[in-house]
Design a protein around this ligand. Structure first.
Ligand SMILES: NC(=O)c1ccc[n+]([C@@H]2O[C@H](COP(=O)([O-])OP(=O)(O)OC[C@H]3O[C@@H](n4cnc5c(N)ncnc54)[C@H](O)[C@@H]3O)[C@@H](O)[C@H]2O)c1
Length: 403
C-alpha cells in the first residue's frame, strides 16, 4: 500500500540544517520536504535554493494546514520556545538536541504535545545508524553474554563552553543547560537507551570550570578574547543504573586538551564491545570491535548488519562549503516519525525518550548540588530495532524504518 507522503518544513536554517535537508531530499518516499525559514532570511534563501524547496517565514510554515511535521534546528536555548510554537500550531515537532535547556521547559512541551495528541521527537538519531544497530543486535543475540558496565565519555577541548560552530554570540550561550555537556549528552544517552533501555537512578558531579580561558575556536567571532563563564556546566560525571541492571558511566567535558576523544565501551560476562563515536552513524573508518571469552587477545571487526552508515567525508558538500556532519544521515528519525504518523504507532525518537535525556542531565546537576541519588520519573520504552539486512539504496534502507 502506498502511503501519502508527510509534508515537512524546517525552522532554523543555520549550520546543521544542511544535513537535514540533504537527507530529507535524498529520495525517501514517505517525506516531502516543503520549505525552510530563518530569522535571518538570507540563510533560509540559500538553503531553499540549494535544495529546491520554498523559502518560507515561520508564520507561513505554521499556518500551512498541509505541513504535518516541523523540524526545529534553532540553537539549544531556543528549542523550548520554538517547539512550543510548533505544537501550538497543531503540528508534530522534531527538535535538534537537547529537547530543552531545562527539565521544566521540556516537560511543559511534553505535556502540551500529549494533550494535543502530537509527537515531539528529538535528535540525535545516530543510534539508528549501522554501527549502533549492529551493536544492539550483537548484545541482543548474546555475543557479550550479560552486559554489566557501559563506559561512555565525550572529552572535548574547546577551552570554552561556546559551541565550536556557533555562528553568532548570544547572551544565553554558556548559561545552564546550553553548554557542551547538554549539547553532547544526548548522543551518548541515546545510544545507551538503544542498547539497554531506560535508566532508573542517577547520581553525579557537575561543575563550571573556572580557568583563565580565551575563545580558542577560530570560527568564533570572539576568537582570542577572554571567555567569561556564565555558569553552564562544562564538566559532568554521571553514574547511571539502567532498569535492565546495567551500570553506566557518563563523562562529559569540554575542558580537556583534546579536540575530541569520544568513547563507548560495553563490558559483558562473555565479551567486550568497543564502539565508535556516538556523534556518527558508523561506517567510514568507524567500526564495531568485539572481543570474546575464549579468544581474549583477538579483536574482531564486525560487519554491519544494518544500513545508514556515514558516507565518504571527503566528498564535498553540495554547497561547496564546509558543512558540519554533511556526510551523515541526520534526519532519519523524521522519516521514522512520518511512518509513525501514517501507521499510527509511536516514533522511535519520541517525547518520552527526549525528556528522559533532559531529566538525566538535570539529575546529575541536582545530585551534585543536593548530594543525593535521583530516582528518575521518566521511563521511555527502549526504541525498536530497525529491520536488519536492508542496506544499499535509500529505498531499501527506508523500508527498515517502516517496521
Ligand atoms: N553545528 C553542528 O555541528 C551541529 C551538529 C549537530 C547538531 N547541532 C545542533 O543543531 C542546533 C543548531 O545548531 P547550528 O550550529 O545549526 O546553529 P546556527 O546558529 O548555525 O543555526 C541556528 C539558526 O536558527 C535561527 N533561529 C533562531 N531562532 C529562530 C526562530 N525563532 N525562528 C527562525 N529561525 C531562528 C538562527 O537565526 C540561526 O540561523 C543546535 O541545537 C546544535 O546543538 C549542531
Amino acid at each position: 500500500m502506498d502511503l501519502k507522503p508527510v509534508k515537512v518544513a524546517l525552522i532554523g536554517s543555520g549550520n546543521i540544517s544542511y544535513t537535514y535537508l540533504n537527507t530529507l531530499t535524498s529520495g525517501f518516499k514517505i517525506v516531502e520536504m516543503v520549505g525552510c525559514s530563518d530569522l535571518i532570511p538570507e540563510r533560509s534563501k540559500a538553503r531553499a535554493e540549494l535544495f529546491g524547496i520554498r523559502q518560507m517565514t515561520n508564520e507561513e510554515i505554521l499556518s500551512d494546514p498541509e505541513i504535518e511535521i516541523v523540524i526545529n534546528t534553532t540553537q539549544l536555548w531556543n528549542h523550548n520556545a520554538v517547539t512550543k510554537m510548533i505544537l501550538e500550531a497543531g503540528k508534530h515537532a522534531y527538535s535538534e538536541k537537547a529537547m530543552g535547556h531545562d527539565y521544566e521547559g521540556a516537560k511543559a512541551n511534553y505535556e502540551l504535545a500529549k494533550s494535543k495528541g502530537l509527537f515531539v521527537g528529538c535528535a540525535p538519531d545516530c543510534y539508528m545508524g549501522s554501527a549502533w544497530q549492529t551493536a544492539r543486535k550483537l548484545i541482543d543475540d548474546g555475543y557479550i553474554g550479560i552486559p554489566i558496565i557501559a563506559y561512555s565519555q565525550c572529552m572535548r577541548g574547546y577551552g570554552s563552553n561556546e559551541r565550536p560552530f556557533a555562528s553568532m554570540p548570544d547572551p544565553m550561550a554558556g548559561t545552564h543547560g546550553t553548554t557542551v555537556t547538554y549539547d553532547m549528552g544526548g548522543y551518548y544517552l541515546n545510544v545507551l537507551f538503544n542498547l539497554f533501555g531506560p535508566a532508573k537512578r542517577v547520581s553525579g558531579y557537575s561543575k563550571t570550570f573556572k580557568g583563565n580561558r580565551t575563545f580558542v575556536n577560530t570560527m568564533h567571532p570572539d576568537y582570542g578574547k577572554p571567555f567569561d563563564s556564565k555558569g553552564g556546566e562544562t564538566i559532568m560525571l554521571g553514574a547511571l543504573e539502567f532498569e535492565s541492571g546495567v551500570y553506566g558511566a557518563l563523562v562529559l567535558c569540554s575542558e580537556a586538551f583534546n579536540p575530541e576523544l569520544p568513547k563507548v565501551d560495553i563490558y559483558g560476562t562473555e565479551g567486550h564491545l568497543t564502539l565508535p563515536d556516538p556523534n556518527l552513524f558508523g561506517g567510514w573508518d568507524n567500526t564495531v570491535l568485539l572481543t570474546r571469552k575464549g579468544n581474549p587477545h583477538e579483536v574482531f571487526k564486525v560487519p554491519f548488519t544494518h544500513g545508514f552508515s556515514d558516507t565518504d567525508p571527503n566528498v564535498p558538500s553540495k554547497s561547496g562549503k564546509r558543512e558540519p556532519c554533511h556526510n551523515s544521515w541526520r534526519g532519519i528519525a523524521v522519516v521514522d516519525m512520518a511512518y509513525a504518523i501514517r501507521r499510527k504507532r509511536q516514533p522511535r525518537s519520541n517525547a518520552d525518550m527526549a525528556l528522559h535525556t533532559v531529566e538525566i542531565l538535570d539529575a546529575i546537576d541536582k545530585s551534585n548540588a543536593d548530594n543525593k541519588v535521583y530516582e528518575l520519573k521518566t521511563r521511555p520504552e527502549r526504541p525498536a530495532m530497525l529491520a536488519p539486512g536492508r542496506y544499499g539504496s535509500v529505498t531499501v534502507m527506508e523500508s527498515s524504518l517502516d517496521t
